[in-house]
Ligand binder design. Structure first.
Ligand code: BTN
Length: 258
């Protein structure tokens, strides 16, 4: 794996821990962080038996797909909320090399034709001095066949294989993700606005169309207008006011045909 990384990524990645099977690569790195592991440790598993998604959901993790987590110790608190967006851009670029055109749905779903190709779970651990570490976990459907997914998810997911009709090399995808990640993590520290505009350029085309949001236990309907410098979704409400939504889930409301 290391020999597939560019020079900058080889310097930044301190160690790659590879597992045939793991409960969850995020949990492995959260524990490593507790024990003092430095930024740049990466965990990759061929299979996860307790893979986790956002909002307490589970993440289907059969062999042939990418399950990768990265340990960060960001010094600047201002970049924290942008880490998942930077990861989304990195993943979309890395998967794009395989012959698809991934789009980003706020906050960090990676979609092709509206179906989920990859997801990102960023988890921060705090201590007396604030956020001490962040684990960014990336799950990408590389060779997943829709029939591998639970029946109720089959219509909502896709994979590189489903899209291109051929099998893809998971290690090559992992290496590409790490190369793009180091570039975007650098960009985040140098010029945060670049991340915002790269995310915006790759976003799904839902600007100006009504969405339903779940945020902080509330359900609301509004029209997405932009993301701000902190990565919050700017939503225009029915009364014309604008709300910056920092976390949650958004779903486009499609007109019903009569
Ligand atoms: C989502 O719900 O969209 C986020 C899915 C994140 C899944 C990845 S797979 C690697 C890492 N380990 C986990 O348990 N979850 C993340």
């Amino acid at each position: 794996m290391r020999d597939r990384l560019d020079a900058r990524t080889r310097d930044w990645v301190r160690e790659i821990r590879v597992f045939e099977s793991a409960l969850s690569t995020n949990d492995i790195l959260k524990e490593a962080a507790r024990q003092g592991a430095p930024e740049g440790v990466v965990a990759i598993a061929s299979v996860q038996t307790a893979g986790r998604g956002r909002h307490g959901r589970s993440w289907v993790s059969p062999p042939g797909n990418l399950f990768l987590s990265i340990l960060l110790r960001p010094e600047d608190p201002a970049i924290l909320s942008l880490l998942p967006l930077a990861a989304g851009v990195a993943v979309a670029e890395a998967l794009g090399v395989e012959g698809v055109d991934p789009r980003l749905k706020w906050p960090n779903d990676v979609l092709v034709s509206g179906r989920k190709l990859a997801g990102i779970l960023a988890e921060a651990s705090t201590g007396a001095s604030g956020v001490e570490s962040v684990v960014v976990g990336i799950g990408a459907n590389v060779n997943l066949q829709r029939t591998d997914a639970p029946e109720d998810l089959r219509e909502a997911v896709t994979s590189l294989r489903e899209e291109t009709g051929r099998t893809h090399d998971v290690d090559a995808v992992a290496a590409a993700v790490l190369v793009r990640w180091t570039a975007w993590y650098d960009a985040l520290r140098v010029d945060r606005r670049r991340v915002r505009s790269a995310w915006r350029e790759r976003s799904v085309d839902w600007w100006g169309r009504p969405v339903e949001m779940e945020t902080g236990g509330r359900r609301l309907v509004g029209v997405p207008r932009d993301i701000d410098d902190a990565g919050a979704l700017i939503v225009e409400m029915a009364d014309g006011s604008r709300l910056a939504v920092v976390s949650g889930e958004a779903r486009e409301i499609r007109p019903t045909s009569s």
